[in-house]
Design a protein around this ligand. Structure first.
Ligand code: NAP
Length: 266
C-alpha cells in the first residue's frame, strides 16, 4: 500500500464489511433491472449505497426493481441508457453521481448473449455483442474513474462469463467479448492501483432470463453437466460482487473469480 493516500485508513478498517463504511454514496450497476444486475443492485442498496437501476428496454422490470429496493428502505432510481453508446454510458454515470453525491462502486454487468454460428455471423452481430459485453464496460469505467478517485476507495467489478474460459460453440463474439473483459480488468487494475481495485466475476449457468429458453428445453442435461448439479441463483453471484466491492477486499485486484459450480477450474 506504499504510496496510497489511503493506506492508513485502510489498515485500520481491515475486516470491516458493512454499511458503516458504505453509506451515502452511489453505485453504478449496469443492466440492473433484471437477473444478476438486479440482485447486485439490491445487495448494494441494502448495504447503504444509492443505486441506479439501468435498463435499455424493459421499463416495467426497472420500475419493479426500484420499487423493491425503496420498499426495503434503500435508495434507487431508474435510468434508461444503452451503455454500449459512450454518451449514454457517461450520462448514466453522471446522473448517478449527481443523485447520490459521488460514486464508489461500478459493476459492469450489462450483457447480451446471441446464439450464432460463426459461419452465419454478420459484422453487425459481432459489433453489437462485443459493444454490449466489452466496450460498455470501458465506456462506463472511463466516465466513472474521476468520481471513484474522489472516494476513500474505489471499486470496479466486471461481470465476465464461463465462456471466456471455455470458448463458445455458438457465440464466438460473446466469448471474445467476455475474454476481452479479463484483459480490461487486469489492465485497469494496473493503471488504477492503488486507489481503485478492478476485478471480474465469471458466472457459470445462472437462473436468469438470459438462460430461460435453454433451461426450459434442456435444463436436466445442463444441471447434470454441472458438478454441483444445479444452476446458480443471481443472489449467489451478487454475493461475490458484494465481497469484492467491500473495503475488506482491498488487496484483491486484477483477479477473476469463477463462480460456476465446478464446471471450469483453473
Ligand atoms: N445468466 C447466466 O447464465 C450468465 C452466465 C455468465 C455470465 N452472465 C453475464 O451476467 C450478466 C448479467 O446477465 P443476466 O443473465 O442477469 O442477464 P439478463 O437477465 O438478460 O438481464 C440483462 C440486463 O442487462 C440489461 N441490458 C442489456 N443490454 C444493455 C445495454 N446495452 N445497456 C444497458 N443495459 C442493458 C437488460 O436491460 P432490459 O431489461 O431493458 O433488457 C437487463 O436489465 C451479463 O453480462 C451476462 O453476460 C450471465
Amino acid at each position: 500500500m506504499t504510496g496510497s493516500r489511503r493506506s492508513g485508513a485502510f489498515v485500520d478498517k481491515v475486516g470491516i464489511i458493512g454499511p458503516m463504511n458504505e453509506k451515502n454514496c452511489g453505485a453504478v450497476v449496469t443492466g440492473s433491472a433484471r437477473g444478476i444486475g438486479a440482485a447486485t443492485a439490491r445487495l448494494l442498496a441494502a448495504r447503504g449505497y444509492g443505486v441506479c437501476i439501468n435498463y435499455v428496454a424493459d421499463e416495467t422490470a426497472a420500475t419493479a426493481a426500484v420499487q423493491q429496493i425503496v420498499a426495503a428502505g434503500g435508495r434507487a432510481f431508474p435510468v434508461r441508457a444503452d451503455v454500449s453508446d459512450p454518451d449514454q454510458a457517461r450520462r448514466l454515470v453522471e446522473e448517478t453521481a449527481d443523485r447520490f453525491g459521488g460514486i464508489r462502486v461500478v459493476v459492469n454487468n450489462a450483457g447480451v448473449s446471441q446464439h450464432r454460428a460463426f459461419a452465419e455471423m454478420s459484422p453487425q452481430d459481432w459489433d453489437f455483442v462485443v459493444r454490449v459485453n466489452l466496450s460498455s464496460a470501458a465506456y462506463v469505467s472511463m466516465a466513472a474513474v474521476r468520481y471513484l478517485l474522489e472516494q476513500p476507495f474505489g471499486r470496479i467489478v466486471n461481470i465476465c462469463s464461463l465462456r471466456a474460459m471455455t470458448g463458445s460453440g455458438h457465440g464466438a463474439h460473446y466469448a471474445a467479448g467476455k475474454s476481452g473483459l479479463i484483459g480490461l480488468t487486469k489492465s485497469l487494475a494496473l493503471e488504477l492501483a492503488p486507489d481503485i481495485t478492478v476485478n471480474a466475476v465469471s458466472p457459470g449457468y445462472t437462473n436468469t432470463d438470459m438462460n430461460a429458453a435453454s433451461l426450459a428445453s434442456k435444463g436436466d442435461a445442463i444441471r447434470a453437466s454441472i458438478p454441483v448439479h444445479r444452476v446458480a441463483e443471481p443472489d449467489e453471484i451478487a454475493l461475490i460482487v458484494g465481497f469484492l466491492v467491500s473495503e475488506s477486499a482491498g488487496y484483491i485486484t486484477g483477479e477473476t473469480i469463477n463462480v460456476n459450480g465446478g464446471v471450469y477450474m483453473r
